[in-house]
Design a binder for this molecule. Structure first.
Ligand code: UD1
Length: 347
């Protein structure tokens, strides 16, 4: 037993969730993780243990199974949930829209129902900057127009709407929608990080695998965008900063009434070539690349106005691009095969 507030973490073995787990533990929360390992490895638990100083408590459970989740929460009541469990590959979502709508929306509904059944009405939801579609005005404020351009993005947009509707129907609900920009980097220990299955879809994990020799060359998707060097510009945010954003959001929900939506970004945009150069500097390895046509669905540029998160939560990102690349590289270098690599020495 513990008198620390217990928090349910769904999708707890995932990339952002594991970093948030550590941040929550450091902030004095008692974390109850659930995951069905649909897109993650149980091996992450062995990496979390030395960082937490104890074995992580994780129940293997599919959160769309509301009865099983309710049973768990009856045994282990929580004060709030941070809901990460979702599918997240944009390209795959266009091939398997029903899987995405079913999994991402049913999991959210199920978590809300299970929380409500034990009298808990606090939820932090993983949203995405993808809800802004092709941005009209930069930097993006939370009141910018939203739209969806693929089924994955639609599940985030509808997820936000579900939570708004829930708050209207029952003002007891307090929810936080966190619109992530581009999470990258890894915990400085080198023990946990991003471990994509198959070919990485996202830029930094792909660059990391080129640096470590797992892939030969990067493909740069387009050099004819209206940006400073023609390649796409994004707001990369260190995953540890992002994790701390969840702690700040949760504290706010626990301490004050009300619901909110915030951008979690740095406010600074970098191009694909900026990232390549920063990674070369961090790793000391060349990143050979070819320029190929634009990837369908990509926007030219996207970065946040993070003012609202700062004013509301007192949170701001601390780490710059060099640190993001250094921490990503340490993780990749120590774990060339991700969690299938032997565990590096504990720091
Ligand atoms: C992508 C998703 C977004 C999701 C986010 C999660 C798409 C279209 N968008 O965002 O919905 O929320 O991941 O992190 O998939 N790039 C290359 N070569 C590569 C990979 C990427 O040049 O091999 C470029 C892209 O064209 C883009 C930039 O790198 O300009 C960042 O791409 P990526 O890391 O995939 O993130 P987003 O597309 O911004």
């Amino acid at each position: 037993m513990t008198d620390r507030p217990r928090i349910l973490l769904t999708g707890a073995a995932g990339y952002i969730a594991t970093h948030t787990w550590l941040a929550l533990a450091e902030a004095g929360f008692d974390v109850l993780g659930v995951d069905n390992f649909a897109n993650s490895s149980p091996k992450v638990l062995d990496r979390l243990a030395p960082l937490l100083g104890h074995a992580p408590r994780l129940e293997v459970l599919d959160v769309t199974q509301t009865d099983a989740l309710q049973d768990l929460l009856r045994r282990e009541p929580v004060q709030a949930a941070v809901h990460f469990a979702a599918y997240k590959a944009v390209g795959e979502s266009t091939q398997k829209p029903l899987d995405y709508y079913r999994n991402n929306l049913m999991s959210l509904i199920s978590v809300c129902e299970a929380l409500r059944s034990q009298g808990c009405h606090r939820l932090v939801f993983s949203s995405s900057a993808t809800v802004y579609g092709d941005p009209g005005v930069l930097p993006l404020r939370e009141d910018a127009p939203t739209t969806s351009t693929n089924p994955y993005g639609a599940t985030k947009l509808v997820g936000e709407q579900i939570l708004r509707d829930l708050g209207v129907a029952d003002p007891a609900w307090q929810t936080a929608c966190l619109r992530y920009f581009n999470p990258v980097g890894a915990h400085p220990s080198g023990l946990i990080g991003e471990d994509p299955r198959g070919t990485p879809n996202n830029l930094m994990p792909y660059v990391a695998q080129v640096a470590v020799g797992r892939r030969e060359r990067l493909q740069v998707f387009g050099n004819d965008y209206p940006t400073h060097d023609g390649t796409g510009v994004r707001d990369y945010i260190h995953v540890v900063d992002l994790a701390n954003g969840h702690v700040a959001a949760l504290r706010r929900l626990l301490e004050q009434p009300g619901s909110f939506t915030v951008n979690l970004g740095t406010g600074q945009g970098y191009s694909v070539l900026d990232v390549v150069r920063a990674y070369e500097a961090a790793s000391g390895r060349p990143i050979p690349f070819d320029t190929v046509p634009r990837r369908p669905g990509d926007v030219a540029a996207c970065w946040a106005d993070p003012t609202h998160a700062h004013q509301l939560l007192g949170w701001q990102a601390r780490h710059g691009l060099a640190r993001m690349c250094e921490d990503s590289w340490r993780w990749q270098r120590l774990n060339p095969l991700g969690y299938d690599s032997p565990t590096p020495d504990t720091p």
